[in-house]
Design a protein around this ligand. Structure first.
Ligand code: RIB
Length: 309
């Protein structure tokens, strides 16, 4: 039976610019590279990942009444995502992200949240009434929606998984209920703990700092090219990532946490889930784009088998 995951999170249209250099203040830089509009948003990227990797995804978000929303909704339907809980806002535009991708594949993102900030509690309550295996969220939507969804899901016994992107130090972590998993990346870990997770010792210290503010069965720090550090409340272990040529890191974290969540729900083994998620993350950085870069189950499984043989 497929695992059914409710994603309460963001949808954006991404304007991606492949650049050589970031202008300094007051400077104009002419680029001869390419730019494109592609579907993105941390929530949508994760929803696409869950669906492509073999899960059943119900995506709850808010978009505007504009052409960007029409294009995004079309894609979600094509991906087999349940869009019954996606509402359209009269006054706010669909979220927009401007993404600068440097030659190394590293990115810088600015998000205009738009309708993502207007998700309503009533829609969340309706969605939590269906039978679910998990609730999955990120921090790219309004705080009250996140706290409401997490606490209501917890009361109903639905396991809650949170990817802590994007870094938002003002998020009141203490108000979250006990989680199944909390997954920040390096920047988010630094933001929430003041500790930069530069090595395993620093990761462990950061996890203990986080433990003071949040109860999570597993804390998983995403370390980019270095892999992921999994903390079980007592001790931690590093799962190194797999070597691959990175062309664009956009959505890799979203694909990783979504794959980790789905695989963990399926096999109940955090180590296996983490190895699988590292494969999904690696394949995502090897391609350009956000949602479009996310691999299917068969691609991820083939990569997993190749590196583990
Ligand atoms: O994590 C990548 C995503 O962050 C992009 O798709 C962009 O929309 C921002 O939400």
């Amino acid at each position: 039976m497929k695992k059914k995951i409710l994603v309460v999170s963001s949808a954006n249209m991404d304007m991606v610019m492949n650049i050589n250099e970031i202008p300094i203040a007051g400077e104009t830089v002419i680029e001869h590279g390419t730019y494109s509009y592609v579907p993105g948003g941390k929530g949508a990227n994760s929803a696409v990942a869950i669906s492509r990797l073999g899960g059943e995804c119900v995506f709850l978000t808010k978009v505007g009444k504009d052409a960007n929303a029409d294009a995004l909704l079309e894609l979600y339907k094509k991906e087999g995502i349940d869009i019954s809980y996606i509402k359209r806002d009269e006054s706010a535009p669909t979220g927009l992200a401007t993404i600068f991708v440097e030659k190394s594949g590293q990115n810088r993102i600015i998000v205009f949240a738009g309708a993502n900030q207007k998700i309503e509690k009533e829609t969340i309550d309706d969605a939590l009434d269906i039978s679910l295996d998990a609730l999955y969220m990120q921090f790219e939507i309004n705080h009250d929606a996140i706290l409401h969804a997490a606490n209501e899901a917890y009361k109903k016994g639905i396991p809650v998984f949170i990817d802590a992107g994007p870094a938002d130090k003002s998020f009141p972590l203490e108000k979250l209920p006990p989680l199944e998993m909390f997954s920040p990346n390096e920047t988010e870990t630094l933001g929430f703990t003041g500790i930069s997770p530069i090595d395993e010792d620093a990761c462990l210290r950061a996890c203990y700092e986080l433990k003071k503010r949040i109860k999570a069965k597993y804390t998983v720090i995403k370390l980019g090219a270095k892999g992921a550090y999994v903390f079980d409340g007592e001790d931690g272990i590093l799962f190194p990532s797999y070597e691959i040529k990175a062309v664009d890191t956009t959505a890799a974290g979203d694909a990783f946490t979504a794959a980790l969540t789905l695989k963990y729900l399926e096999c109940n083994d955090i180590a296996e889930a983490c190895r699988f998620a590292n494969c999904a993350g690696a394949l995502t950085v090897s391609r350009h784009g956000a949602s479009s870069a996310i691999p299917s189950f068969s691609e991820t499984q083939a990569f997993f088998e190749k590196i583990n043989k």
